[in-house]
Every structure is written in C-alpha cells, then in structure tokens.
Design a protein around this ligand. Structure first.
Ligand code: NAP
Length: 280
C-alpha cells in the first residue's frame, strides 16, 4: 500500500490550475557508457523509477542486479535487458529484512564478482491521515521500508564495495525528505531519515573511496500518477509546470554513480522542476 507523498504534498499546497501545458515527452538519450564495467544494485526495480533506472544503468554499461519483492516483474525486466544486449540478474528481495538484503549483495558478488554502485530506491508509504490517526503498523512499515531498508542496503553493500576498492551509492529520498507533508508522517520521517543516513555514511567512508548521495524527487509520472484525474493540479504546483519522468530521475542516479560525480558526496540533489527553490 503506497500513497504518493509528493502528490499529496502538491495537491495540498497547489495554487493555480495548470494552463494546457503539455507533459514533457521524454526522448531516450543514447547509451553513454557512463557506467561501463560497473556492477550496480538497484532496489525497487520491479516498476516505476527503479525499473526505468535499471534500463538506463544497463544501457550505460552497468551489469545490473534487480531487487524487489515482485519476482515475476524483476525476472521479466532482467530478461528484457538481456535481450537488448545488456547484463542483468533478478534477485527477489525484501529490503526491510536483513537476511534478504545480505543474500542480495552476496548474489551480486556470486554472479558478477564485485559491487561498484547501488541505487537504494525501494520505498513505500501509507494512506494520508493526521499523525494521531496513523496506525502503528502503517508507521512502522513506512519506516521499515524507507529508512531501515536504506540502512540495511548500505550495511551490506559497503563491505562489498570496500572489497572492490570503493563505490558509489545513491539513496532515494524525496522532497518529503526536506519538507514536512501534511498527513504522511511515517513516509516523511523515513525520507528525512534517509538524508541523515546518507550524510553520515558519506562521512564514515569519505576516505575509503565510497561516495554516498541522496536524491529528492518531486512528483514523478509513474503508473499511479498516470491514472490520476487531477494531474494538472499536481503539475501546477511545480515551477516548471509539469510532472517529472522516471527517466529524469534515473539519469541523475546513474550520473551520481559515475566517475563524472567523483567529488560529490553527502549531497542531496532535488529533482523537482524547481519545487524546493520556492513558490513560483
Ligand atoms: P513504485 O512504482 O510504487 O515503486 C516502488 C518500488 O519499491 C517497487 O519496485 C516496489 O517493489 C519496491 N518496494 C516496496 N517495498 C519493498 C520492499 N519491502 N522490499 C523491496 N522492494 C520494495 O513507486 P516509485 O515512484 O517508482 O517509487 C520509487 C522510489 O521513489 C520510492 O522510494 C519513492 O518513495 C520515491 N519517490 C517517488 C516519487 C514519485 O512521485 N513517484 C517522488 C519522490 C520519491 P515490490 O512491490 O515488487 O517489492
């Protein structure tokens, strides 16, 4: 069960209606070789931003290890990537479960022999409701998947990266990791916590050649948002007056994992059409 945090955020604060602005049409850029030879774990790869990232990491030359609970979806995506000449393996994973995450990292090492990059993207939320009405189990699930999931991912990824001589990690936060959002305290707490974990991990491993950064997307056009009648209203609260595409998040994550971002660590990069810059 997931509620789109950014969507709630935007609906809640949205000002004027969008005027017939067209949604940006994403054109696939050519594969860049940005991640040539690197082995990368992507969590939450069964759909949405994670699946788009898996394709882009693979097209950029990475061998991708696809992690999520939906075994069929990740296996189908791995098959698709293999059929287009990429390298991919699917590993059923629950990021909130320590043995499961440990197995994921071990499988990456068994199949590809090393680990260079990770995009810890898996996330979950809860139905919007004022804090005192949030069920304890809903709060705990949001924290377990978002915050504990990122902690566990890094806990097992980092030793593997150290064995490979270093690496780069990108953790998925949200604009809800930098601002409060009415009604979704569990998700907001998890996404804020991810930024703290990111900064601390960056400091812990800054001298050991592991970079750790976070990204903070605003509303991104995934399946749930596509079905939403009030899409225009969501777009109207974004200074660029549109919703982002999963690929726009994926390219940023891939770049942060690449050598081109070699002096960036401990940062949180908004991908939000200007939303965090202020009110437009
Ligand atoms: P999505 O399509 O719902 O994807 C969520 C992914 O997380 C799925 O692949 C899901 O796979 C995985 N996941 C959930 N619980 C998991 C668990 N316990 N173990 C392993 N994987 C788990 O939504 P999305 O928008 O692409 O979300 C990806 C990330 O972006 C999330 O962290 C979300 O908070 C963040 N984000 C999204 C937006 C947006 O507007 N879309 C904005 C800001 C941040 P399974 O169900 O197969 O396990």
């Amino acid at each position: 069960m997931f509620t789109l945090t950014a969507l709630v955020d935007l609906l809640e604060s949205s000002g004027k209606k969008v005027t017939d602005k067209e949604q940006h049409t994403f054109t696939n850029l050519p594969a860049s070789g940005l991640l040539n030879g690197k082995v990368a774990i992507i969590t939450g790869a069964s759909r949405g931003i994670g699946a788009a990232s898996a394709r882009i990491f693979a097209a950029s030359g990475a061998k991708v290890v696809l992690a999520a609970r939906d075994e069929d979806a990740t296996a189908a995506l791995a098959k698709d990537i293999l059929s287009t000449g990429g390298q991919a393996v699917a590993v059923p994973t629950d990021v909130g479960d320590p043995p499961s995450v440990e197995r994921l990292v071990q499988r990456a090492l068994d199949v590809y022999g090393r680990l260079d990059a990770a995009f810890n993207n898996a996330g979950d939320g809860h139905m919007p409701t004022p804090l005192a009405d949030i069920k304890v189990e809903d709060f705990e699930r949001a924290v377990r998947v978002n915050l504990t999931g990122v902690f566990l991912s890094m806990k097992y990824e980092i030793p593997a990266m150290l064995r490979s001589g270093g690496g780069a990690i990108v953790n998925m936060s949200s604009t809800a990791g930098l601002n409060g959002v009415k009604g979704i305290a569990g998700y907001v707490a998890g996404k804020h916590g991810i930024i703290g974990l990111t900064k601390t991990a960056a400091l812990d491993y800054a001298q050991l050649n592991i970079r750790v950064n976070a990204i903070a997307p605003g509303p991104i056009l995934i399946h749930r948002l596509k079905q939403l009648k009030s899409r225009d209203q969501v777009a109207s609260a974004v200074p660029m007056r549109r919703i982002g595409e999963p690929e726009e998040v994926a390219y940023t994550a891939a770049w942060l994992c690449s050598e081109q971002a070699s002096f960036i660590t401990g940062a949180t990069i908004p991908i939000d059409g200007g939303r965090l810059a202020g009110i437009a």
